[in-house]
Design a protein. Structure first.
Length: 250
C-alpha cells in the first residue's frame, strides 16, 4: 500500500525505506505502517535486495502519530488489525540484514524497532526515548524481553519505566547502537555499511542471521503476543486517554 510519506528505492543490492514526514518529525500513521510492512515483505522476497536500510532524515521518528492512532482506535478499529502489528511482524521476521540510520529523535517505536535491526548507525547527537509508561501504555515490539537482553535488566527497567530521553553515547555504550557518526555523515555511513553487507555472500548472511535469532525467536514471538494483549487493554484505559489528550493539547 503506497504512502506519500514513505519513500522506497533500491541500488547496489540495498533496499532503502525512508520516512519522509518532516513537518511532523516523522510521526508514523497507520498508512505509513502499512507501507513499511509491504516494503519489508517485498524487499525480503526480492533476490536483488541483499540488505535493507531504514532511515528518516533530520528525525528518525517521533513515534506513533497519536491523533491518527486515537482516531483509529476510537473509530472501532481493533488494535490486533492495525498495520503497526503487521509492520512489527515484518521487521521482526525479516530474513535479510537490516541497517538503521538514526538522526534527531527516535521515540517509542523509533527505539524499539532498532532491537530488530542488525546494525544501527546513529548521529552522535541523536536522542532516544521509550515513553510508554508515562503515556499509560506498555512496551511493544518485543522490547520487554529484547531490551533487557540488549542492555541488561536494571537499565531496561529504568528506560521503560521512566520514559526519559537518553543520548546516543549512552545508547552506544549499552549496545543499542552499533556505530556513532557525525550528524551530517550518518546517512552516508549507514549507506556504506548496508552496501558492505549487500556485497557479502547472501546465503551466508541469511544463515548467520537465522542462527543468531534462533535461541530467542519463539520467546520474542510469545512476548510480542503478550505485549499486544496488554497494549490493547491500555489503549482503552483512562490513563492513556488522559495522557494522550494532554500531549495533543500542547
Amino acid at each position: 500500500m503506497p504512502d506519500e510519506h514513505i519513500v522506497l528505492s533500491t541500488g547496489a543490492g540495498v533496499g532503502r525505506i525512508t520516512l519522509s514526514r518532516a513537518a511532523k518529525k516523522n510521526a508514523i500513521t497507520t498508512a505509513m505502517y502499512a507501507a513499511m510492512a509491504d516494503a519489508f515483505a517485498e524487499f525480503d522476497r526480492d533476490d536483488e535486495v541483499r540488505a535493507i536500510l531504514i532511515g528518516g532524515g533530520d528525525d528518525f521518528t517521533a513515534g506513533n502519530d497519536l491523533q491518527d492512532f486515537m482516531m483509529a482506535s476510537m473509530g472501532g478499529a481493533s488494535f490486533h488489525d492495525m498495520p503497526v502489528l503487521r509492520f512489527l511482524d515484518a521487521i521482526a521476521g525479516c530474513r535479510k540484514p537490516v541497517v538503521a540510520a538514526v538522526r534527531g529523535n527516535a521515540v517509542g517505536i523509533g527505539t524499539t524497532l532498532l532491537l530488530h535491526c542488525d546494525v544501527v548507525v546513529a548521529s552522535a547527537t541523536a536522542r532516544f526515548r521509550l515513553p510508554f509508561a508515562p503515556l499509560g501504555l506498555v512496551p511493544e515490539a518485543g522490547s520487554s524481553v529484547l531490551l533487557p537482553l540488549t542492555v541488561g535488566r536494571a537499565r531496561a527497567a529504568w528506560l521503560l519505566m521512566s520514559g526519559e530521553f537518553f543520548p546516543a553515547t549512552q545508547a552506544r555504550e549499552m549496545g543499542l547502537v552499533t556505530q556513532l557518526a557525525e550528524d551530517e555523515a550518518t546517512d552516508a555511513t549507514a549507506v556504506e555499511v548496508a552496501a558492505k553487507l549487500a556485497a557479502l555472500p547472501p546465503e551466508a548472511l541469511l544463515e548467520t542471521k537465522r542462527l543468531m535469532k534462533a535461541p530467542w525467536e519463539e520467546l520474542v514471538k510469545k512476548q510480542m503476543a503478550l505485549e499486544t494483549e496488554a497494549f490493547t487493554k491500555r489503549l482503552a484505559s483512562d490513563e492513556f486517554r488522559a495522557a494522550a489528550m494532554k500531549l495533543l493539547s500542547r
